[in-house]
Ligand binder design. Structure first.
Ligand code: FAD
Length: 407
């Protein structure tokens, strides 16, 4: 049993269950509290990239994750009348080059995989949330919405970009939100175009994009648009749906039908893209991981990678320090800082092509590209950009120990 072994993790998204897995592995006793009543099934395909694939492999989940790949084989760009402007086999904007080591899978599939891997070793509480977090030098008292009060040794906020843990445990002014001035909205659709592992993009002007995505077993539509004034209440589903309709209702291709289906989805997902910037991710016995501490936004294409790597590194530093939180949290911060900054910078530079890069989209509307190999080359270069270098650009705690032993 480790020192400081009672750890409360707030949030069962990607970072929370990954951290719980590794803490249990190292002899801690994690409890995860999730405000939803059950695992949230919404969202699109996400990308497990670079060192996050190593984390999955170390968890023994690589084969299972590979079996759940979306398997997207390529994509079309269409104009407002549905005419194909360009087609790329073996490459898609959401998933990159087909057959690479990166794993594109539905967010819900990844979340289920992580949950299944931790069910036995971790206590999960669904449908509840902390309403107060108070810490002394020796422990943290957490009051839950249900009225229950419990003591923990450490608390980890893994509750996403709008983290309530951050608001409760860190002073105002200790984080900055950087809005990127765009949003994405995603919902389930029927596969009415009968695609087989294929995606299609329609760019309406340079700032509105609609994507029809039919991966193995799930079909989704995604809308993305510039909206610099955006400051949304994520719980006000009605006005988010109305906003989406207003912005896209006059667009061509199949947009009207996609709007109808997406806005009827109960698990409709909407995100105004924002980054979280903090000088320190810990305060006493409370620490943040994933989007809660350093959201890079979906425009980075590396949010899930950051969350999984961050969780693995945090658990590794706690284990290496034998539960001594102060030094472990400091080393976690030092190790993660350059990696986080690179991921966030990539998003600001327009890393994720399907969300950013208005000029590219304008050109797509204007020209009918016949040179597909050239197009594929340009797109893979633009889409990959610095991703490979950044996604592999961090060493894990045990790798330092190995290097030190060898020296
Ligand atoms: C439903 C959903 C769909 C998504 N879809 C996409 C997508 O299509 N594309 C993309 O790039 N990114 C998407 N994301 C974001 C992406 O999953 C994250 O950026 C990334 O995986 C980092 O994960 P995380 O665990 O830090 O945060 P998240 O995945 O956001 O997980 C945070 C978890 O904390 C829970 N939570 C929040 N507040 C509280 C609280 N007060 N108490 C208890 N629990 C709380 C949330 O319900 C959620 O389960 C989605 C997130 C969600 C929640």
């Amino acid at each position: 049993m480790q020192r400081n072994s009672r750890v409360l993790i707030v949030g069962a998204g990607v970072a929370g269950p990954t951290l719980a897995f590794w803490l249990a592995h190292h002899g801690f006793r994690p409890t995860v509290v999730e405000r939803s009543r059950e695992l949230r099934a919404g969202g699109q395909a996400i990308d497990v990239h670079g060192r996050a694939v190593d984390v999955l492999e170390k968890m023994g989940l690589l084969e299972a994750a590979n079996a759940r790949r979306t398997g997207i084989r390529g994509m079309d760009f269409v104009d407002g009348r549905g005419r194909v402007l360009a087609r790329t086999e073996g490459f898609s904007l959401t998933g990159g080059v087909a057959g690479s080591r990166d794993i594109e899978l539905m967010r819900a599939d990844l979340a289920t995989l992580l949950l299944d891997a931790t069910r036995e070793s971790v206590e999960y509480i669904y449908g509840d949330r902390p309403t107060a977090i108070e810490q002394t030098d020796t422990e943290v008292t957490v009051t839950f919405g249900s009225g229950e009060v419990r003591e923990f040794d450490l608390v980890v906020g893994a509750d996403g970009a709008r983290s309530a843990t951050r608001s409760m445990a860190f002073p105002p002014g200790s984080w900055r939100l950087h809005r990127l001035g765009r949003y994405i909205a995603i919902g389930k659709i029927t596969n009415f175009l009968d695609y087989d592992r294929w995606e299609t993009f329609h760019a309406a002007g340079q700032d509105r994009r609609v994507c029809y995505f039919a991966g193995a077993g799930s079909t989704r539509a995604m809308f993305t648009r510039t909206d610099p004034t955006l400051d949304v209440d994520e719980h006000d589903g009605q006005s988010l749906r109305a906003r989406l309709r207003t912005h896209f209702q006059h667009d061509g291709w199949e947009t009207r039908r996609l709007l109808d289906e997406v806005t009827a989805d109960d698990d409709f997902y909407f995100d105004d893209l924002r980054q979280v910037h903090m000088d320190s991710w810990h305060r006493g016995r409370v620490v943040l991981v994933g989007d809660a501490g350093y959201c890079a936004s979906p425009a980075s294409g590396l949010g899930t990678t950051l969350a999984m790597v961050g969780a693995y590194v945090l658990a590794g530093e706690l284990a290496a320090a034998e539960g001594d939180a102060g030094p472990a949290f400091t080393r976690y911060g030092d190790r993660m800082r350059p990696f986080v900054e690179d991921c966030q910078e990539r998003a600001r530079q327009g890393g994720n092509l399907y969300i950013s890069r208005p000029r590219f989209w304008l050109q797509m509307q204007q020209i009918r590209l016949s040179n597909v190999p050239l197009l594929r080359g340009v797109m893979s270069r633009l889409a990959a950009g610095s991703k490979e270098r950044i996604g592999t650009g961090i060493t894990f705690p045990e790798e330092d120990l190995r290097t030190a032993d060898a020296a």
